[in-house]
Design a protein around this ligand. Structure first.
Ligand SMILES: *Cc1c(COP(=O)(O)O)cnc(C)c1O
Length: 371
């Protein structure tokens, strides 16, 4: 699905120098590399504050803690996403309220969000699934109307750009009150271990979340509230600082691979290519087909036999996950998400795919859907 080894080979000198610098300085925690990466990421995203943390899940948790939500407060998330989005809501004693998604973009359905709002709703967590922004203009308007916070789960969408109807453009993660991203190795900007970051333009929220990520203290050994320990370590920061200048080229490589897939699969009655939101660029964390006229699992097995990995993101929506079963929801309540879970198939997607590999993957898929 990804080829991190080949990607590293191209930037080995930069990465190795960065890691060596950290070892020589012995500043493994909160070293200058973390500060440098933070500043470079602020410049890249346009976010006023970037708070580096231990991983994307922590970023989401610290964001919700920073908003000061209370047990019983409702947080709306899409039911078709990675579990972390709802996990942190549940862990904090907040109530996850799930909504269906759009069949084309696979992102949160704004009208479903509107219907899910109650007097206890405090926040909306849109997920920019597979690398394309959710319908942020409509979500921000809805949030303002109901005085809700918006925390973007931009773990899959770093570098995606959203254009508002007035022509203004913002990066994924910098549109809501808070944005969260992950530097898990296979993410679009991946480190060589765990890492994550929080974005915000709000000084007060930034100050509070910074403290929460550091055991709840502003002043060392003085703890103002219960926090966590979540840090991006200096070696990971050095790797990310070396990779950030390449992110746009990496995105372009993913988009070229996606264009190849699109061309091969367009106008096929058995496969639907990923639907596009005209307001957002797509950075293709995943290239996800909907297999509508063939047996998805057989296609996947056939690909595996040819040595082509393909994955199902995600096979079970949140409302059908054992740990999240809730008497408020039953099978059939979120028909689009349930249909997607049964038909999605993500193809190999990374920065190193060449024509030969793409030709082999696409011809294999086209053969297999006709068996
Ligand atoms: C990867 C991911 C996360 C969690 O990131 P980690 O760094 O693995 O904790 C959260 N949400 C989504 C949508 C993700 O893809």
């Amino acid at each position: 699905m990804v080829d991190l080894r080949s990607q590293y080979a191209h930037i080995k000198a930069e990465i190795d120098a960065g890691i060596q610098e950290v070892i020589d300085s012995a500043a493994f925690i909160k070293g200058p590399k973390v500060k440098s990466f933070q500043e470079h990421l602020e410049a890249y995203t346009g976010a006023k504050h970037v708070i580096p943390v231990g991983n994307g899940t922590d970023a989401l948790q610290i964001a919700l803690m920073g908003l000061g939500l209370k047990p019983g407060d409702e947080v709306i998330t899409p039911t078709f996403t990675f579990i972390a989005t709802a996990e942190v809501v549940a862990l904090l004693g907040l109530t996850p309220v799930v909504v269906d998604v759009n069949w084309e973009t696979m992102n949160m359905d704004v009208e479903a969000v509107r219907r899910a709002i109650t007097p206890r709703t405090k926040a909306i967590v849109p997920v920019h699934l597979f690398g394309q922004c959710a319908d942020m203009e409509a979500l921000m308007a809805l949030a303002e109307e109901h005085q809700l916070y918006v925390v973007e789960d931009a773990c899959q969408a770093i570098g995606a750009r959203y254009t508002f109807s007035n022509g203004e453009t913002k990066q994924a993660g910098t549109i809501g009150h808070i944005g969260c991203t992950s530097f898990f190795p296979s993410k679009n900007l991946g480190c060589y271990g765990d890492g994550g970051a929080i974005f915000t333009n709000d000084d007060t929220l930034a100050d509070r979340m910074q403290a929460i990520a550091n055991h709840g203290c502003h002043v060392r050994y003085h703890h103002d509230e219960v926090g966590v320990n979540s840090r991006l370590d200096s070696i990971q920061a050095a790797i990310l600082d070396a990779k950030l200048p390449h992110l746009d080229a990496y995105t372009a490589a993913r988009q070229r691979a996606a264009a190849y897939y699109d061309k091969a699969f367009a106008n096929n009655e058995k496969l639907l290519i990923p639907g596009r939101d005209p307001h957002s660029t797509h950075v293709f964390h995943q290239y996800t087909l909907r297999v509508v006229g063939a047996d998805r699992d057989q296609v996947r097995e056939g690909l595996a036999e040819r040595g082509i990995p393909a994955m199902i993101y995600y096979p079970v929506p949140l409302h059908q996950q054992k740990a999240y079963l809730d008497p408020r929801y039953k099978d059939g309540d979120f028909p689009v998400a349930e249909r997607l879970a049964a038909c999605v198939l993500s193809l190999p997607m990374h920065t190193e795919l060449d024509e030969e590999q793409l030709a082999f993957i696409t011809s294999s898929v086209l053969e297999l859907i006709n068996i």
